[in-house]
Ligand binder design. Structure first.
Ligand code: SF4
Length: 435
């Protein structure tokens, strides 16, 4: 049997695309060892400079270690965006493919191997192979984006918003439930715009209603809410849902009105604060956001504003992005840049606050009994089992280390338990399973 080695870089949307490719290549055996693989795929990310460098370095490292006659494939955002330049300069790569050909990956590979025979393909993601979990997965709502954020090149290569048909989304979830999955994270570039391209304003309300009807979905959350397309109705629908958690992932990027305008975010601080405060009325709400530091024209006062806001609001998790110039974006052409030293300094200042917020968030659970799911061996090794809080999204929100249990039964991976949180260890929780 032929062997496949796949490296998925970047965001969870890329991970879903990688899983679609695995589904298309399910006659390959997956291997962790690139030196024995017949096909190596690097699904790249081109979001910011550091991601580009990581993608290129990964491709080159794999090339050094691959066996003769293997195929090296570069797919994803970076490959889409710089296809022509990369084709000229990266002779190590055998196949370049962008963001629109994931479901044709088997065809592309077969063509290159000169064994191409036409096939009929199943629609959508029916054969997708879910990686990393036996109970949780990400579900894509749409591809592309209609926003014009100044710093982002994604719409220039992923195109306009193209929402998946709600019936197909529900069909995919039903199929996954049959395979034992019960926890779903819905993703896209801008989730609150879901179905707007089909003339429906609050597509997320319809999504929630549809998913709630599916027996076997025990847990769900929506990621990438975008302030200017998010309505109060959607927030209220999430709060009233028994299936969807009060999990609010809304990348605000900034809070100073001056910067929100420069960043072309389409809504001001008043709207964002109103939305966040409405979300705060939900019991046990969990907040995740991201912030870009040092965008062109960011003054000291703008930075102080976002710093104070992050300090005061109490987000549970914050991702900080250091601004980097990206070709093809509006920001690239803004002359009033913030110098690199200042950006680094601001990032450091914000990191201190974000870490403090994280600790406060983790300590809120101390002594409480919470719903958790066992994921398997922990990142700290075999002495602990790793788990996640049911409300958390997989991989991104942290880990719970299980060191004891007060029940007789063996703990099962993928099963929901009650656990008492006994300590905070770094950025992890320590807990005992109690039921
Ligand atoms: S919402 Fe903004 S940041 Fe997100 S993909 Fe669209 S343009 Fe880029």
């Amino acid at each position: 049997m032929k062997k496949l080695h796949l490296v998925s870089l970047g965001c969870t949307k890329n991970l879903v695309d990688s899983e679609v490719m695995l589904g298309k290549l399910n006659d390959y055996k997956i291997t962790d060892d690139e030196s024995e693989a017949d096909v190596i795929i690097v699904n790249t990310c081109g979001f910011i400079e550091s991601a580009k460098q990581e993608s290129l370095q990964t491709v080159l490292n794999l090339h050094d270690r691959r066996k003769e006659d293997s195929l090296l494939v570069m797919s994803g955002c970076l490959s889409e965006r710089y296809k022509e330049e990369l084709q000229k300069e990266l002779s190590e790569v055998d196949i370049f493919t962008g963001v629109g050909d994931y479901d044709k990956i088997d065809e592309l590979i077969e063509k290159k191997q000169s064994k191409f025979t036409p096939k009929s393909y199943l629609i959508e993601d029916e054969n997708r192979v879910i990686t990393g979990s036996n109970y949780h997965t990400y579900i894509k709502l749409s591809e592309g984006c209609n926003q014009q954020c100044s710093f982002c090149a994604i719409p220039s290569f992923k195109g306009k918003l193209n929402s998946r048909d709600l019936n197909l989304v529900a069909h995919e979830v039903k199929n996954l439930v049959k395979k034992g999955f019960y926890d779903f994270s819905f993703i896209s570039q801008d989730s609150s715009s879901y179905l707007r391209d089909k003339g429906i304003k609050d597509g997320l309300v319809k999504l929630i209603e549809e998913i709630e009807k599916i027996d076997g979905v025990k847990s769900a959350r929506i990621l990438y809410l975008y302030p200017s397309t998010l309505s109060d109705e959607v927030i209220e629908k999430i709060i009233s849902s028994k299936t969807f958690h009060n999990y609010f992932e809304m990348p605000i990027q900034h809070i100073s009105d001056n910067m929100l305008k420069v960043m072309r975010r389409g809504s001001g601080s008043e709207t964002i604060k109103h939305q966040l405060n409405l979300m705060k009325t939900a019991p046990n709400a969990f907040f995740r956001t991201s912030v870009i530091v040092g965008h062109p024209k960011e003054t000291k006062q703008d930075f102080e504003e976002i710093k104070n806001f992050i300090n005061e609001f109490g987000f549970d998790r914050v991702s900080i992005f250091e601004y980097s110039d990206e070709e093809g974006t509006h920001s690239f052409n803004i002359e009033d840049k913030v110098d690199k030293e200042t950006i680094k300094q601001r990032v450091k200042e914000l990191e201190v606050i974000v870490e403090k917020n994280l600790q406060t968030s983790l300590k809120k659970d101390l002594g409480k009994v919470i719903d958790i799911v066992i994921d398997g061996e922990s990142s700290e090794g075999e002495f602990f089992l790793g788990a996640k809080k049911l409300i958390w999204a997989e991989d991104i929100d942290g880990e719970i280390l299980i060191n004891e249990k007060e029940i007789e039964d063996e703990l099962e991976v993928g099963k929901i338990y009650k656990a008492k949180v006994t300590d905070v260890v770094g950025s992890n929780l320590l807990a005992t399973v109690v039921g």
